[in-house]
Design a protein around this ligand. Structure first.
Ligand code: MEV
Length: 450
């Protein structure tokens, strides 16, 4: 254990690396070499990446893959996906191609409002506060005019501000709740700046208002912050086709497939254990697009899972219906995304992603990301209810296992061929690898990797 370091952030990049290598690694040279190996050779690009965050010492690579053939509202996209989990991009691409041949995805943005709150405590009479708020409401808008000017010019801004009594949660707890239209930006900084100004206006105006006693004037601002739960920034995407089209060429009976698929969705709608994994699969697709386009996947995750509980119990974000021989499968979820600001014009690969998608606006990007989530979910459910997930997953994971075993390119080709007709479990790959090389199996087998 190394001792506490003071002023780590003030060290130069080389200083930070030296300290890390000397204090945390048995072979400092190797550690330094590894970190440097991941630097961009163009020092300007490296500097750009270093400045995205703090205490940066290297870059952390993620695979950047493409899922082509996404037909959404009549337009074809090749979708960029940043994700490390094998088989996600392949599953998305497979579903996209499948649905392209069946009319593609129809998506729509239902609403685009962002929301935030000033959380505060006021201990006086409720009516006094409400009447004060109505008398002074204009001042909240006026005081934020310099912050909202550009956004208003783009057609957005503060939509409304309301006062809420939340004293059932905590004595004297109130909120100023505000809705915002942030146009094509995700808008976190804009929303938070407005909210912080609202809190100052609130404190100032109450202190100047003679209808309040000195004690009542003593409002305590707890915090001013946007909410990542955006139930009014929601997108929907759906696919539909006849049940015959659904199984065309697969040799599976349409009744059986639709019945099992629908039951799988129904289970996720009612059983939180399954819903969590079901939604995780959806987020495999959504997050990969969110990351590739420079958006905040933590915000998207948090909002999506809260939305999944909106009816009082954690449930599926996707739904299915079979009516008059037509299979319909759709997703509805909140997605607060931006196509301007943040990393969108800074990170070279993020810029590339936006260009690849035809520089969509925020609404279009919401539709693309939700659609990839739906495609991912369709692919997962189709595998789960037919062949099982491991067949396809392990096929994609095979290269990871072979890389761990340090297989040569020739050996990799052999294994891909060998497991074309066999199930590639971890132990089966390891066994065949040792047999092929004519070396004994290691005695201690890590059961966790099976
Ligand atoms: C794995 O990352 C995602 C799945 O578990 C999703 C699901 O079960 O629906 C395959």
């Amino acid at each position: 254990m190394s001792e506490k370091i003071k002023g780590f952030s003030k060290l130069s990049k080389t200083g930070k690396i030296q300290w890390l290598a000397n204090n945390h690694f048995d072979k400092p040279e190797q550690a330094i070499k590894l970190l440097e190996q991941y630097w961009n050779e163009d020092s300007a690009v490296q500097k750009l990446h270093d400045e995205f965050s703090e205490n940066t010492v290297s870059n952390f690579y993620m695979p950047f893959g493409i899922a082509p053939n996404f037909l959404i509202n009549g337009k074809v996209y090749a979708v960029p996906m940043a994700i490390e989990e094998s088989s996600v991009v392949a599953a998305s691409a497979k579903s996209a191609s499948f649905w392209m041949e069946r009319g593609g995805f129809k998506a729509e943005v239902i609403s685009m409002k962002k929301i935030g709150h000033v959380h505060f405590v006021y201990t006086g009479a409720e009516e006094k506060l409400f009447s004060f708020f109505e008398r002074n409401k204009d001042k909240f808008y006026k005081d934020t005019e310099s912050i909202t000017k550009n956004m208003r010019m783009r057609g957005g801004g503060v939509l409304d501000i309301i006062l809420k009594n939340k004293s059932e949660i905590e004595e004297g707890y109130y909120q100023l709740e505000a809705n915002f239209d942030t146009r094509d930006s995700m808008g976190a900084n804009f929303v938070n700046s407005c909210l912080e100004q609202f809190s100052q206006t609130l404190e100032r105006e109450i202190s100047l208002d003679s209808s309040f006693s000195d004690e009542e004037k003593n409002v305590q601002i707890i915090m001013s912050i946007l909410s990542n739960y955006t139930p009014e920034c929601v997108v929907r995407s759906e696919v539909s086709c006849t049940t015959e089209e659904l199984v065309e060429g697969s040799g599976i009976s349409s009744e059986e497939f639709v019945e099992k698929f629908s039951r799988a969705v129904h289970i996720a709608e009612h059983e939180p254990y399954r819903a969590t994994t079901h939604n995780k699969g959806i987020m495999n697709g959504v997050d990969a697009v969110v990351i590739a386009t420079g958006n905040d996947f933590r915000a998207v995750e948090a909002g999506a899972h809260t939305y999944a509980t909106k009816d009082g119990k954690y449930s599926s974000l996707s739904h299915v219906e079979l009516k008059d021989g037509i299979f319909r499968f759709w997703i509805e979820m909140p997605l607060s995304l931006g196509t301007v600001g943040g990393l969108t014009s800074l990170h070279p690969l993020v810029k590339f992603s936006h260009e690849l998608l035809g520089n969509p606006d925020a609404e279009e990007l919401m539709m693309i990301a939700a659609t990839v989530g739906l495609a991912q979910n369709f692919g997962a459910l189709r595998s789960l209810t037919t062949t099982g997930i491991q067949k396809g997953h392990m096929k994609m994971h095979l290269l990871n296992i072979l890389n761990q075993l340090e297989a040569t390119e020739e050996e990799k080709r052999y294994f891909v061929d060998y497991f074309r007709t066999r199930t590639a479990t971890h132990s089966a790959v390891v066994e065949e690898f040792h047999r092929l090389r004519g070396i004994p199996m290691p005695e201690k087998v890590d059961v966790n990797k099976r």
